[in-house]
Design a binder for this molecule. Structure first.
Ligand code: PMP
Length: 444
């Protein structure tokens, strides 16, 4: 191995040589059931013939044309489709190559909006503690994941930090759900006031938290409260739907279920479903119009923005989701998977919580179910589950292990939308077996 692409540089990664449907095959001929779509990416499974054909056709037509000179039909059609279906409609679209790029774009777009509208003093973002928004420097700075941030702390811009909305772990028994939500919103308002509302650009949050906590949805009313505070203080609301968006939660955008319209939404993973690297930023029209009416140039750009082959993949994926009514399938299969998980783990002594939306479901593993005490970080239970599942031919996305060791262990399930009921059963059976083996190992 000569690359430094893999996080664990001392391990030799398994080589994938084939993939079809929910299955990935390695060079030794072993097959793995992909129950997380990688990291909530492969929403149509692997090797979907229509998506492959769309990419091939675009390769033949125009593989690449720089946006300084050209647009392409396929990029325009995708952008129109995304703009039309965006939360609240009335949006403009920026196509890039992935989630972090989408977040960088969103942060810069939000900042430039205020520069163009005569509020250049707005220079800081407000974001949540348990959060992940990408690994490039801007995205890493707004994210609160201490493990990922630590080595780069001197390079990161200063961000105002508030608590995440994480009912299972953070709501005291003495509080109702509504009271907990009010406490969070009060904290947010106090943080805004303390920082000086006129100095803030935007509040950044994942509608359903994915990459640091397994599929944690907000409490009812939380994002309505966030929206109201952003409006009150003239701050933009940036919803990071890189992981939870594009149908994963049963609606095209997860935030639709919270009944609010963000100013800017970012998407990536499920947009191209892994067939090409692509992300997008959807900005409400007034943001783009302010820049158009001001300097006329968004001071941003990458060589591969609006890439035609990436756009062709995403367009094909999104058309299939609509044609095959896959959002309904996500809702139905999500309910089935949740029921299977409840059956298998509902009274499991080490599964504290089963949660999520659509086919974006998480388990929180705890040492003690009553007190909700997590396993000690040193156990690395999440990592043991990943390995045990992989050995059983199952791919799940585990998370855990912060510096302070308080985050606990989570398992994220995000199977492709085309998963069958039989495969869902198989996923849960293998996961139960893997969890048994992992628990036995950490208790040694
Ligand atoms: N935001 C969220 C919510 C994510 O889950 C991720 C990736 N896990 C990113 C941003 C960054 O996306 P990418 O890895 O494509 O750069």
């Amino acid at each position: 191995m000569t690359s430094i692409m893999h996080r664990h540089l001392r391990q030799t990664p398994v080589t994938a040589v084939g993939a079809s449907g929910l299955s990935i095959t390695d060079s030794a001929g072993r097959r793995y059931l992909d129950a997380s779509g990688g990291a909530a990416v492969s929403s149509l499974g692997h090797g979907h013939p229509e998506v492959l054909a769309a990419v091939h056709a675009q390769l033949d037509k125009v593989a690449y044309a720089h946006t300084a000179f050209f647009t392409t039909e396929v990029a325009e059609e995708l952008a129109m489709r995304l703009a039309f279906n965006a939360p609240g409609g009335e949006s403009e679209v920026y196509l890039c190559s992935g989630g972090s790029e989408a977040m960088e774009t969103a942060l810069k777009l939000a900042r430039q909006y205020f520069v163009e509208t005569g509020q250049p003093q707005r220079g800081r973002f407000i974001a949540r503690r348990q959060s992940y928004h990408g690994n490039t420097l801007g995205a890493l700075a707004v994210g609160g994941n201490e493990l990922r941030r630590k080595a780069f702390a001197p390079l990161l811009m200063d961000v105002v930090r508030v608590a995440e909305c994480y009912e299972y772990r953070n709501r005291p028994e003495t509080q109702t759900r509504d009271q907990y939500t009010t406490v969070l919103l009060d904290e947010l308002e106090q943080a805004i006031v303390r920082a000086g509302p006129e100095t803030l650009i935007g509040f950044v949050a994942e509608p359903v938290v994915g990459a640091t906590l397994g599929a944690v949805p907000p409490t009812p009313g939380y994002f309505r409260g966030v929206r109201a505070l952003c409006d009150k203080y003239g701050i933009l609301f940036i919803a990071d739907e890189v992981m939870c968006g594009m149908g994963r939660c049963g609606t095209l955008y997860a935030i639709e279920q919270d009944g609010v319209v963000p100013d800017i939404v970012t998407v990536a993973k499920g947009l191209g479903a892994g067939y090409q690297p692509i992300g997008a930023v959807l900005a409400r029209k007034y943001i783009a119009q302010a820049i158009r009416a001001g300097s006329g140039i968004f001071q941003h750009g990458h060589t591969y923005i609006g890439h035609p082959c990436a756009a062709a993949a995403a367009l094909a994926v999104q058309k299939i989701i609509e044609r095959d009514k896959l959002l309904d399938v996500v809702k139905a299969r999500g309910a089935t998977l949740r029921a299977l998980l409840r059956e298998a783990f509902g009274s499991h002594p080490h599964v504290g919580d089963i949660r999520g939306r659509g086919l974006f479901l998480g388990l929180e593993l705890v040492e003690d179910r009553i007190s909700r005490r997590p396993f000690p970080a040193a156990c690395k239970l999440h990592a043991a589950v990943k390995v045990a599942a992989f050995e059983r031919g199952l791919i799940v996305y585990p998370m855990g292990g912060t510096i302070d060791g308080e985050r606990g262990d989570h398992v994220l399930l995000a199977p492709p939308f085309i998963v069958s009921d039989g495969e869902l059963g198989d996923i849960v059976t293998r996961l139960a077996d893997a969890l048994r083996a992992a628990l036995a190992q950490v208790r040694l």
